[in-house]
Design a protein around this ligand. Structure first.
Ligand SMILES: Cc1cc2nc3c(=O)[nH]c(=O)nc-3n(C[C@H](O)[C@H](O)[C@H](O)COP(=O)(O)OP(=O)(O)OC[C@H]3O[C@@H](n4cnc5c(N)ncnc54)[C@H](O)[C@@H]3O)c2cc1C
Length: 566
């Protein structure tokens, strides 16, 4: 097996991974840094971020207010020390990306403009029209490629993380253009592989967000934290699930049911459409379940009405949304409401990491959506994710660089590499069973959509667990038809499904015992939040019998939990 040696290997070239690369490269030009991505960096899901990036940029706003909004939005499950650090770092990141060329939208006086967003009590979403992630990514990628010591491995697929004596020593990755497996040896490794939303059928996320890094870290011994908390975004376009940014409501859009009512007045009389996502998604789901959804060819839906904003404002502030609604939804928002319903949108859980992005494995760091530093707790506020990717991407880059500068390389044991080669090429590509990968994948997504959705119930979660475990058995009998070496997407789909089945299992296993409703985890059999018993983080460890759970306390600094109303 060919071997590639670097000081730091970053897996993932989205906002978090690229931001980490820039900081690590800045810290020392002697560091040899690799960035591995299973597709071109500018196809990472971060490019799809639309509405904005949160940061305190005005005197009337404050760090305490941003931190409190985040903690309350999180239904008090966020670690408040991490939140306080996060809000203080975010403005700096906006200025940096500005210097690197991000064309932030402007006010009349030329300041970086900010729009309102759900759960934020001040308009603090900096935005570049409704293509914020697109512009941030181009600015940071443009910066990252100027460093002579950052090497990009585009279209390389990481399959496993190698850990020896609780030290991350390397990883394995397939060069997709040539088909062979390579060993990577590194002093420090940063996981920045994004979310796992594709375990669901109806999602706003790209086909590539299959949670690979979470699964790799989990299998290598790192615990996954708070995986029961999956965010459902209120406005997934029907039928594709493509996102209609919350910025559309930030600009003044209404949500309307079949009776023509702005129903949010029943659920969040003060914040209305700009209540946090868990609240709005539950309201929509309730309207649909109680028969007040509009009827369409793809089932019941809710109407997002932007008509009163007028063509000029829609064209200036929401050009992408208009384009997407016309092309993928068949409606022009200037003339008609957009058909939407809740869609799986964010993973609050992930690889457990601390405020320095360190995981429980020495030399392994995690940043961005694949991590759980617990800034978002049980429910993330919109625009806090891109901000988190920038802030903790930079932290991970710095910490990994410092670690790499004072540590040496470790041997990547040959037997582990051979075992991984065997698992991947003989076990998955070579498997000669009768099961089809797309069939198992669709089945998994249907189960997650039907039984592990916005409203959850113990018996349904039990049934989902049984069915996902049956799928895991069926996966052992798959057949990948195409046995080719080059760009074998069927083979990569199988590898991704293998990761996703583990993550679906962890999501359900973490949701089952949590006998309360908090943030995005809403149990009809336990409708109340229970701070006495459940103000704690779930940790899931990989064992051969499935996930083993442990619990750790939440860090509270300034804000004691109180009832959450909007
Ligand atoms: C449509 C949409 C709109 C959004 N809008 C906003 C918004 O306005 N504001 C906001 O704050 N948040 C928003 N979000 C959320 C936010 O965009 C994401 O949470 C964030 O961008 C994730 O960034 P990341 O760097 O963690 O991962 P990603 O951008 O998902 O990148 C993951 C990287 O990992 C690599 N990778 C994964 N697996 C492997 C593997 N096995 N081998 C090699 N490489 C691998 C991929 O190639 C990719 O480069 C939005 C999300 C969506 C889907």
């Amino acid at each position: 097996m060919e071997k590639n040696v670097h000081d730091i290997v970053i897996v993932g070239a989205g906002l978090a991974g690229l931001r980490a690369a820039v900081t690590a490269a800045e810290i020392s030009n002697k560091l040899d840094i690799a960035v591995i991505s299973k597709h071109h960096p500018l196809r990472s899901h971060s490019v799809c971020a639309q509405g904005g990036t949160a940061a305190v940029m005005r005197e009337k706003d404050s760090f305490d207010l941003h931190a409190f909004d985040t903690v309350k939005g999180a239904d008090y499950l966020a670690d408040q020390d991490a939140v306080e650090f996060f809000v203080r770092q975010a403005p700096k990141e906006i200025i940096l990306t500005e210097h690197w060329g991000c064309p932030w939208s402007r006010t009349q006086e030329g300041k970086i403009d900010q729009r309102p967003f759900g759960g934020h009590s001040f308009p603090r979403a900096c935005f570049a029209a409704d293509m914020t992630g697109f512009h941030e990514m181009h600015a940071i990628y443009g910066k990252a490629i100027t460093y002579g010591n950052v090497k990009f491995y585009d279209e390389w697929f990481a399959t496993s993380l190698v850990v020896e004596n609780n030290i991350a020593v390397g990883l394995t990755a397939i060069d997709m253009t040539a088909g062979g497996m390579h060993a990577f040896s590194a002093k420090a490794i940063i996981m920045a592989t994004g979310g796992h939303e594709r375990i669901y059928e109806f999602t706003t996320f790209s086909h590539t967000t299959t949670g690979d890094g979470m699964a790799m870290a989990y299998r290598a011994g790192a615990p996954l934290e708070d995986m029961e908390f999956v965010q459902f975004h209120p406005t997934g376009l029907v039928p594709s699930g493509v996102l209609i940014t919350e910025g559309a409501r930030g600009e003044g859009g209404y949500l309307i049911n079949a009776n023509g009512e702005r129903f949010m007045k029943k659920y969040a009389p003060e914040k209305m459409e700009l209540a946090p996502r868990d609240v709005v998604s539950r309201a929509e789901q309730t309207e649909i379940l109680e028969g007040r959804g509009l009827e369409g060819p793809y089932g019941p839906y809710i109407a997002l009405d932007l008509r009163h904003l007028g063509e000029e404002k829609i064209n200036e502030r929401l050009p992408l949304i208009r384009d997407v609604a016309i092309k993928l939804g068949g409606v022009d928002p200037v003339k008609e409401p957009i058909p939407i319903r809740p869609a799986a949108h964010y993973s609050m859980g992930g690889i457990k990491a601390n405020i320095k992005s360190e995981t429980s494995i020495a030399g392994l760091y995690a940043a961005g959506e694949c991590s759980c530093i617990s800034v978002h707790g049980a429910n993330r506020l919109g625009t806090n994710s891109t901000a988190e990717c920038l802030v903790f991407g930079a932290v991970a880059g710095e910490e990994a660089a410092k670690y790499a500068l004072k540590n040496t390389l470790h041997e990547v044991p040959k037997e582990k590499l051979l075992a991984e080669e065997k698992r991947v090429f003989d076990g998955i590509l070579g498997s000669e069973g009768s099961e089809r990968v797309p069939a198992i994948r669709d089945e998994m997504r249907r189960i997650m959509n039907e039984k592990v959705w916005i409203y959850r119930k113990g018996d349904q979660l039990q049934a989902a667990m049984k069915e996902i475990r049956e799928l895991k058995q069926r996966f052992k009998r798959i057949k990948v038809e195409d046995k080719g070496k080059f760009f074998n997407t069927g083979f990569l789909s199988a590898l991704q499904l293998d990761f996703m089945l583990d993550l679906a299992e962890v999501t359900i296993a973490s949701a089952l015992p949590r006998a309360e409703s908090r943030g995005a985890h809403s149990r009809v059999d336990y409708p109340k939040r229970d701070d006495q018993n459940w103000l704690k983080h779930t940790l899931a460890y990989c064992t051969k019998d499935g996930p083993r759970l442990e619990y750790v306390p939440v860090t509270i600094t300034k804000w004691s939990p109180v009832a959450r109303t909007y």
